[in-house]
Design a protein around this ligand. Structure first.
Ligand code: ATP
Ligand code: MN
Length: 478
């Protein structure tokens, strides 16, 4: 089925066997004695070198073999004469599927800025950097499914269109088929959503959790892995308007089990990438080292592979929110008034606080638990003191929050009280509340933002560079 991929060809023993290559030209170099074409088909970061003799092909044909052009090459696989590769192809025939005008093709073989590459997101997968990122992203996604499948979790497809806004009031994208120029009105003059497609207001989901819980109350262990939408206008390097979230939900898991699962899960999938993406990770590590050369020694970060191994090999630090506040109150930046935001029990930690704990104080991933009820969602289980909830956030160096989760409130009366407290109309989530009436069970779960994980593993610094086609305020071009 199809030609051998370049990844596999590079592993073949060269015996002058006939091979066919299909791919895009990265570079073409002509010397007195030979013409060298480096071809890449995206199966690996490594190119295969194909060699032709001067005069073997017409100048007209060679003119169309440009950087970015797409070729079929047939020839013989032989031991490489040059350094840097073990095999190369002696070209017998070249077919040009499509040339790329050298004047117009934006991806010339030189260094382009990540900002520029975002403007040509239709072509950036052809660069070494984005090829590496996309292959790593795939490997991580595969590892996620493998992890859960190996442990008896079921992949539950939660809806993308939702009529409940219990979770994300204000941050949701509306879904409608109403004619915006001729909106139907009620007698009171409000928009009449009864005439909309679903007969009610509908939005894109901000989380699959509520429906995920319904699945866990029947299948015991489920996970979701799907697109998630948030219309938050946060132009940060850690937020997208469309991202992918992984949300396991488990019956009979208490907070401690939930923490253990979260830690084992991220370690295992990072370990899987370390095993299976060696070439790409090495490339990204070198890229980062190169980039940081201009920085003074003490500001350079530890090499990517070392950072990933460190996370896999060391226990995460676990402490309560209350203990974290104590540490922050005693910290140098707090005492010297270097934090932008104030510190005190009850605050929602900002990313500068999270990063102080992770990067300066503990120097490793941290799991914070038992946050004040006022700053967490209504569905989190109340602690016995009534002041805190059984929440857990996993904080990562360079990223801040990578996972948010909790044990869920399984007591009907307590949950209903919280629903009223935060001003949600119980009628809109009657189905969620009913699980606490019919065979309720202790259960827990968490949400991991997939792109934040890819950000960490690739060592990239902007979340817009770890998803093929990023969506953010004022940007949905591709
Ligand atoms: P933050 O405070 O960083 O905005 P959050 O508290 O809104 O995060 P949750 O609602 O707990 O996050 O979502 C679960 C996970 O989804 C987060 O831990 C994070 O990894 C990821 N996440 C949340 N919002 C975004 C976003 N806009 N883009 C990408 N990932 C996100
Ligand atoms: Mn958020």
């Amino acid at each position: 089925m199809g030609p051998l991929q370049i990844k596999d060809l590079l592993q073949e023993t060269p015996e002058s066997q006939s091979v066919t290559l299909k791919g895009w030209v990265r570079t073409k170099r002509e010397s007195k004695n030979a013409i060298f074409i480096a071809l890449n088909d995206g199966s690996t970061i490594n190119n295969i070198q194909a060699v032709a003799q001067p005069g073997q092909f017409s100048p007209e044909l060679l003119l169309t073999v440009t950087t970015g052009s797409c070729l079929k090459i047939t020839g013989k696989l032989v031991e490489s004469q040059g350094a840097g590769q073990t095999v190369e192809v002696q070209i017998e025939d070249i077919h040009v599927y499509g040339t790329a005008d050298a004047e117009l093709y934006p991806l010339q073989p030189k260094k382009h800025s990540l900002e520029f590459l975002r403007e040509i997101a239709h072509l950036r997968p052809r660069t070494n950097t984005f090829g590496a990122i996309l292959r790593i992203r795939h490997t991580l996604a595969f590892a996620v499914h493998k992890y859960f499948n190996d442990r008896g979790f079921f992949y539950l497809h939660t809806p993308i269109i939702t009529a409940s806004d219990a979770e994300g009031a204000g941050e949701m994208f509306r879904v409608t088929t109403l004619d915006l120029d001729k909106l139907p009105r009620t007698d009171e003059g409000a928009i009449n959503f009864k005439e909309d497609f679903f007969g009610r207001e509908a939005n894109l989901t901000v989380s699959g959790q509520l429906e995920g819980e319904l699945g866990a109350m029947a299948l015991s262990k489920i996970y979701t892995f799907g697109p998630t939408f948030r219309a938050e206008n946060s132009n940060t390097t850690r937020h997208l308007a469309e991202f992918w979230m992984i949300e396991p939900e488990m019956a009979f898991f208490e907070l401690e089990d939930n923490m253990a699962l979260a830690e084992d899960f991220v370690k295992t999938i990072i370990g899987y990438a370390l095993e299976n993406c060696k070439d790409d990770l090495n490339f990204l590590q070198n890229r980062l080292t190169e980039e940081e050369k201009s920085k003074p020694q003490n500001e350079r970060s530890i090499p990517l592979l070392e950072k990933l191994s460190f996370v896999v090999d060391n226990a995460f630090e676990k402490l309560t929110y209350t203990e974290a506040i104590e540490i922050l109150l005693q910290s140098k930046p707090h005492k010297e008034k270097k934090f932008q935001y104030p510190v005190g029990w009850g605050i929602d930690l900002s990313s500068e606080h999270e990063r102080y704990l992770v990067e300066k104080h503990f120097k490793k991933p941290v799991i914070l638990t038992n946050y004040p009820r006022e700053i967490k969602s209504f569905y989190m289980k109340l602690d016995d003191d009534g002041k805190t909830v059984r929440a857990m956030d996993v904080l990562f160096p360079g990223i801040g929050e990578i996972i948010g989760g909790s044990q869920r409130e399984d007591n009907y009366e307590k949950l209903l009280e919280r629903v009223h407290e935060v001003g949600i109309d119980p009628e809109t989530i009657w189905w969620y509340l009913e699980t606490r009436k019919f065979g309720t069970a202790p259960h827990s779960g968490f949400g991991l933002g997939f792109e934040r994980l890819v950000l960490f593993v690739t060592g990239m610094s902007n979340i817009r560079d770890v998803i093929p086609f990023p969506r953010y305020p004022k940007s949905a071009e591709f």
